[in-house]
Ligand binder design. Structure first.
Ligand SMILES: [Zn+2]
Length: 311
């Protein structure tokens, strides 16, 4: 998994381990998978399987493809010392045996599979192609993802939004299909099953939060379905309005959804209590950061009934 992909996925899961345990790699040309730190060769990462060899390795970063010489079909592992102890030799043998089970294929893309999902492999590249096609309004989903809605938000959030839209977000109800023993109760209100629709739209905590967002942004923020979120998100910007306010406004729905998701993750994985004030602070933080860094706006401020952007 390359740095960009792993950064994106990191945002979608509570922590790196949670993410990694959800992904299974099928290595093709090895260009997208980290040699030492992704679980591509077996259940463990190679850095954990042979820690002493990892410590001695000259090259600690790099993709699987960079450790493999396609022309001679051989692995190349350089160590900082030639003479190995008995234990290091044993580990080196374990590593070579493990690598011997794998051949790379120059013509094939690396593929990953969400373990919790049964419908087979997805290639990283095709996933992004699909995302960008949808952004450009060229696929079957174009009716929903209109061309005019291209919020200036970090890539990580675009992918989050995309997962939510495609109903692939790992909500508790979604996850329960493959892990029926896990709780499916909404972490925000503890009162219903955590589907995407509940969590982002109809949950009482989400509704209260959206109503605050609506009060300060002037946006109509009563949502009953995920679909309505997109309609609202897109409707904000009129086709020919390229003013900074219009550009920044497009982040409102993604920032709101992201805030709900982060709050939910903190509640589940860290036991953090849910407070509207904290959600509001997080939302405002997203709007300011994205506005400044992505859309190059000045300050984004909220006053009663209005969102102000200073150039
Ligand atoms: Zn709820």
């Amino acid at each position: 998994m390359n740095a960009r992909t792993s950064q994106i996925c990191k945002g979608l899961f509570a922590d790196r381990d949670d993410m990694e345990s959800a992904i299974e790699w099928k290595v093709g040309n090895g260009a997208s998978v980290h040699f030492w730190k992704d679980r591509w060769s077996g259940v463990e990462k190679l850095c954990d399987l042979v820690p002493d060899i990892y410590r001695l390795a000259n090259k600690k970063e790099g993709t699987v493809g960079e450790f493999y010489q396609l022309e001679d079909g051989a692995w190349s592992i350089e160590l900082s010392r030639a003479k190995l102890t008995v234990d290091e030799t044993r580990q080196f043998t374990v590593l070579l045996e493990r690598l011997g089970l794998h051949n790379l294929h120059a013509s094939e893309e690396d593929q990953y599979r969400w373990k919790f999902k049964r419908s087979g492999m997805h290639s990283v590249k095709s996933a992004y192609n699909r995302w960008s096609t949808e952004q450009a309004g060229g696929s079957r989903s174009s009716a929903k993802f209109a061309q005019t809605w291209r919020p200036k938000i970090p890539l990580k959030i675009k992918v989050f939004v995309w997962f939510l839209f495609l109903e692939r977000l790992m909500t508790r109800a979604y996850r329960a299909r493959w892990a029926p023993e896990d709780s499916t109760v909404c972490a925000l209100c503890s009162g219903a099953t955590e589907t995407a629709e509940h969590l982002f739209c109809t949950c009482e905590v989400a509704r209260e939060f959206w109503s605050l967002v609506g009060r300060f942004t002037g946006l109509q923020t009563t949502f009953h379905t995920v679909e309505e979120l997109w309609v609202a998100g897109k409707a904000i910007k009129r086709a020919n309005d390229n003013s900074m306010a219009a550009v920044v406004s497009q982040s409102i729905v993604p920032a709101g959804a992201w805030t709900i998701w982060k709050t939910r993750n903190k509640a589940i994985f860290k036991g953090t209590r849910v407070y509207q004030e904290n959600m509001w602070d997080m939302f405002r933080g997203c709007m300011s950061d994205w506005g400044r860094h992505i859309a190059r706006a000045g300050e984004v401020q909220f006053r009663e009934g209005a969102m102000c952007i200073t150039g």
